[in-house]
Design a protein around this ligand. Structure first.
Ligand SMILES: Nc1ncnc2c1ncn2[C@@H]1O[C@H](COP(=O)(O)OP(=O)(O)OP(=O)(O)O)[C@@H](O)[C@H]1O
Length: 623
């Protein structure tokens, strides 16, 4: 997905309207109220010209009583116009704001359904911009077209008819030049729309830099990178300034060229009507009414020209928003909708059969490349065959970049295999994504915690879990003790990404989530982050308990894990190059033996410690 500019996916106005108008439905009463108030304002606007005509003629007639009456009517009209404007403003913007939030909700949903590869390719700042500012700007198209453009067209028509009743030729002159004003503005349309798309993309880029900078503040400070990042921000900001300067120039040209044509026509018409007044054919009041009405015929064209500029802006934003809404959904081929409809009975029955017949995890002929199906470059995994029987623990080892993480992500259905299939407890990840995912617990190296309470973070695994179940999961993960020591216990807020917790505590919360989920297949990426010895021991203890009686595919970084695994598979350049038990592979003296000496067996003392630790664990684990 192009994050810098999306000029390729340009949506037409008709199509955009067709897709945005349904959002009006829930708020149609407020929407209609704003239209009715607009019509009232229109009537008052036109009526005001007549009132002013009478006002001036009354001044000339020096009749004091009539003057008082017309002054009161004039004030009342002013008051009503202001009242209409206020109420209309209230309804218009309340409805717009609600529609924009509904639209954002739909976009948020679609963003969650984007294939993971697409998400990886986009900057989160860009996606945030599309979900917030761009969505609001795209929805702004409805109010611009209905309230601004629609109102101005009507005002122009009614004022023209009124004017024509006074002088048909001057009315035609005032009307005839209007389209020239409007069409002269269309000259800028294409450029404006492209510019707006570029501005939105550039703003998204800046938001991304800001977001990254704030999140990486610790690293930035410790490496003294402030100036580098500020420089980068300034360069991108400068580019945004350049684009905004171009936009301002174009808008100035658009608005003022139309205002110039408008003024020239107004002055010519005013001179003609003034000459008629000098000849005694028209009263002073009629001259004033004529000039006001002429303004009402002409000005809408200037205003429409500006509104049209705003519509181009909305279309620029809509291009970026619809790009997300129209992107393919993750697991589009999956039969989960039907699956979830019939989930309770049919799936439970199927599960019994699946459990009896299928392997916990079956990977057949798996091939995956980051460069896409047509490319031979960037092949990440190739010809992977692997079966995990229920209760088995298989360790995956391999040099950095050999494809271990990618393999786990494919099992979770985050990537779509180019060839081959993955089945979890009998459910194909491709065909039954949700069903397969419900049978997986994934414990990553760096668990992601949400800002909120500990309880909320744990309940993500099972929203129906009771407090007791949550506590039991935390107990099993060795987390209950430190949670209870916190001021608010399970209600303690843990800050953004769990920033108030230590690495070991975050790991144990991730393990507690897995206990709570209680899925038959555990995918585990062992933490390599520098945990201190005590934390590592506690985390290891919880993990061993979690793995007990579960089928586990583990990216192993610990000696104890590889030793205890029923099988070890060794990945190299995306292929399984060795497979067997620890002892068999050591004897084979291939890549595993090499890795073992380099990666796992750092010192004989450590090996000894690890072996005795493994022994001690068996005594603490429940039978
Ligand atoms: N999102 C991505 N886009 C393109 N290439 C990627 C992406 N993620 C990983 N790769 C590439 O795929 C290969 C395998 O990466 P992977 O993360 O699966 O390796 P790994 O064995 O888990 O490595 P490590 O042990 O260092 O974590 C690497 O060459 C990596 O550069």
């Amino acid at each position: 997905m192009n994050t810098k500019s999306s000029s390729s996916g340009r949506i037409r106005l008709g199509e955009a309207l067709q897709r945005l108008l349904p959002y009006v439905k829930p708020y149609r009463l407020g929407f209609l109220a704003a239209i009715v108030l607009l019509m009232a304002r229109l009537a008052l606007d036109i009526g005001f010209a007549t009132i002013q005509q009478v006002f001036i003629d009354t001044i000339n007639s020096t009749n004091m009583q009539s003057l008082t009456r017309i002054t009161l009517i004039c004030s009342l009209a002013c008051f009503l116009i202001i009242l209409c404007l206020m109420l209309q403003h209230y309804f218009r913007f309340t409805v717009h704001s609600r529609m924009a939030w509904d639209f954002r909700a739909k976009l948020f949903n679609a963003s969650h359904r984007l294939p993971f590869r697409q998400l990886e390719a986009m900057h989160s700042g860009d996606l945030t911009s599309r979900n917030t500012k761009d969505a609001g700007a795209a929805m702004g198209m409805i109010s611009s077209l209905v309230y601004d453009l629609g109102y101005n067209l009507l005002l122009c028509l009614v004022a023209f008819l009124y004017l024509a009743s006074m002088d048909v030729w001057l009315a035609l002159l005032a009307l005839g030049t209007g389209p020239v004003v409007f069409l002269s503005g269309r000259f800028f349309d294409r450029r404006l729309r492209k510019l707006f798309t570029e501005i939105y993309a550039q703003e998204a880029l800046l938001r991304g830099i800001l977001q990254e900078t704030l999140q990486g503040m610790k690293v930035i400070r410790s490496f003294s990178l402030e100036n580098t990042l500020l420089g980068r921000y300034a360069a991108e900001r400068e580019q945004l300034n350049r684009l905004q300067k171009q936009k301002t120039l174009l808008n100035a040209l658009l608005w003022h060229s139309s205002a110039f044509i408008n003024n020239a026509v107004m002055i010519s018409c005013a001179v003609l009507i003034a000459r008629s007044a000098l000849r005694g054919e028209t009263s002073a009041g009629e001259v004033l009414a004529f000039i006001i009405l002429m303004g009402r015929v002409q000005w809408p064209f200037v205003h429409m020209s500006q509104t049209w500029g705003g519509v181009q802006e909305s279309l620029g934003a809509a291009d970026r928003v619809f790009e997300i809404l129209d992107a393919p959904r993750e697991g589009a081929a999956s039969g989960d909708e039907q699956d979830s409809a019939t989930v309770s009975a049919a799936v439970a029955a199927a599960e019994a059969t699946a459990l009896a017949e299928a392997a916990a995890l079956s990977i057949q002929g798996l091939h995956y490349s980051f460069a896409g199906p047509q490319s031979r470059e960037g092949t990440c995994l190739s010809g992977i065959h692997l079966e995990l029987k229920y209760g088995e623990t298989v360790a995956v080892v391999g040099p950095s970049g050999s494809g271990k993480t990618t393999l786990v992500r494919l099992c979770c259905g985050l990537y779509e295999p180019e060839a081959g299939s993955i089945t979890v407890c009998g459910y194909g990840v491709h065909d039954h994504l949700e069903a397969a995912r419900r049978r997986i617990s994934y414990v990553p190296q760096n668990p992601y915690l949400f800002s909120g309470s500990i309880r909320d973070n744990l309940a993500f695994s099972d929203e129906h879990a009771s407090d007791e179940e949550i506590r039991e999961a935390a107990r099993l993960a060795g987390a209950d003790e430190f949670i209870m020591r916190m001021p608010e216990g399970y209600d303690t807020l843990i800050g953004e990404h769990g920033s108030t917790l230590s690495g070991g505590q975050r790991q144990r919360l991730a393990i507690a989530r897995a206990f709570l989920r209680n899925a038959p297949l555990l995918l585990l990426d062992e933490a390599t982050s520098a945990l201190d010895n005590e934390s590592e021991r506690l985390v290891q203890q919880s993990l061993d308990l979690l793995m007990k009686d579960r089928t586990t595919l583990v990216i192993a970084h610990r000696l104890s894990t590889v030793r205890e695994a029923s099988r070890i598979i060794v990945l190299d350049h995306g292929r399984i190059v060795e497979e067997g038990t620890h002892d068999a592979l050591i004897e084979q003296d291939g890549l595993y033996a090499e890795l073992y000496h380099l990666q796992f067996r750092t010192s004989p003392a450590e090996e000894l410690e690890s072996a005795s630790y493994a022994k001690s664990l068996t005594s603490v684990l429940p039978a």
